[in-house]
Design a protein around this ligand. Structure first.
Ligand SMILES: C[S@@+](CC[C@H](N)C(=O)[O-])C[C@H]1O[C@@H](n2cnc3c(N)ncnc32)[C@H](O)[C@@H]1O
Length: 332
């Protein structure tokens, strides 16, 4: 059963371009929201072309590089990496593939935690500043953004597809609520436990040592894949929802660092649990490229997009290096 918002529960503002219906009126029924039409054409080879000038909007809240640009295409491994705004790319994909395109989505969205707090980095006290993309715009607007990208992800998932979304307490409750509002079916909440978290310098809180990864199916009717035996092999018994894994080490940062890089092992496990070899996965917030690297390692195909150009370039470097390593292994 999908939960529909009642009028009294309407979110305060739907003025942003992404949440307007095609006739310019804000919609207030989340699950019946009309499919946003895209001003972009997505070609078979992955290239994107704009077929009309972007609409002039008074004060766009989510203005980003437009249109998305295909910056890396490796057909032999089934990889396409874009630089730009995931909302735009998702609209173009939904228009071209109305029945759904992806078997699985891994999303590590902005956590909205770069707001002047302090943390410990390499033994030193530093301000939390991961980038402008990570600044909070207030609870309502943050939630509105989460609804917008999650709605689009749901549209591009195949009927039996699943989504994984990671986050800390700054964002995960909004994500969980949005997922329920949109009628996804929550399957599990994984606690990623870090054995060596940075100490809490203020000594006024417990040391933050977990992140949550929610796993959800497209909707209640989905017959999701779970590779139970493959997971069981890892632990020798039914795998629990607490996964103990170290943060990415230097070996995963030789081409440069992303401030919120996930360990390859974490995303590899999500892929192995919920997809088959050759399946197509999507990452709307690629960051430093971890999902694409994990997809390469596990022989899954991957489409992904990153907003920040420097991070997008880092992703491509990491992907090329992994592809070269694999072809080196082949001819060794
Ligand atoms: C939490 S990080 C992802 C880190 C990634 N999982 C990794 O392992 O490197 C979120 C990323 O989303 C990007 N981002 C933020 N808003 C975006 C948008 N609208 N479209 C595409 N990327 C976006 C940010 O630039 C940032 O690199």
């Amino acid at each position: 059963m999908q939960h529909k918002l009642k009028k009294s529960e309407d979110l305060p503002s739907f003025k942003n371009p992404a949440s307007l219906s095609t006739n310019g009126k804000a919609f207030n029924d989340l699950t019946a929201a009309p499919v946003a039409t895209s001003t972009l054409d997505l070609h078979e080879n992955g290239a994107i072309e704009s077929h009309q000038a972007a609409p002039q909007l008074e004060q766009p809240k989510f203005t980003l590089a437009s249109p998305p640009r295909l910056i890396h295409c490796d057909e032999s491994h089934g990889l396409r990496i874009y630089h730009g705004n995931c909302l735009e790319l998702l609209d173009a994909i939904a228009e071209k593939y109305p029945q759904g395109r992806f078997d699985m989505i891994f999303a590590d969205p902005p956590y909205f935690l770069s707001n002047g707090g302090i943390t410990c980095h390499a033994g030193r006290m530093v301000k939390v500043n991961k980038g402008d993309w990570d600044k909070s715009r207030g609870v309502e607007l943050n939630h509105e953004f989460n609804l917008e990208w999650l709605r689009r992800c749901q549209r591009v998932l195949k009927p039996n597809g699943t989504i994984w979304v990671s986050g800390t307490h700054h964002v995960i409750f909004s994500i969980g609520y949005a997922i329920q509002q949109l009628g996804y079916k929550i399957l599990n909440d994984i606690a990623w436990e870090k054995p060596n978290p940075p100490p809490n310098l203020s000594c006024r809180y417990f040391t933050h040592s977990t992140e949550t990864v929610l796993w959800a199916a497209k909707d209640e009717r989905s017959k999701h894949i779970f590779n139970y035996q493959e997971m069981r092999k890892i632990t020798g018994k039914q795998m629990k929802t607490v996964w103990n894994m170290t943060a990415p080490g230097n070996g995963e940062k030789i081409h440069g660092k992303h401030p919120t890089q996930k360990p390859v092992a974490l995303i590899e496990r999500c892929l192995l649990a919920s997809t088959k070899e050759g399946d197509l996965v999507f990452d709307p917030f690629l960051g430093g490229g971890t999902t694409a690297v994990a997809a390469l390692k596990t022989k899954r195909k991957c489409v992904a997009i990153e907003l920040d150009e420097a991070h997008a370039k880092l992703s491509v470097q990491r992907i090329k290096s992994e592809a070269e390593r694999q072809s080196g292994d082949l001819f060794a």
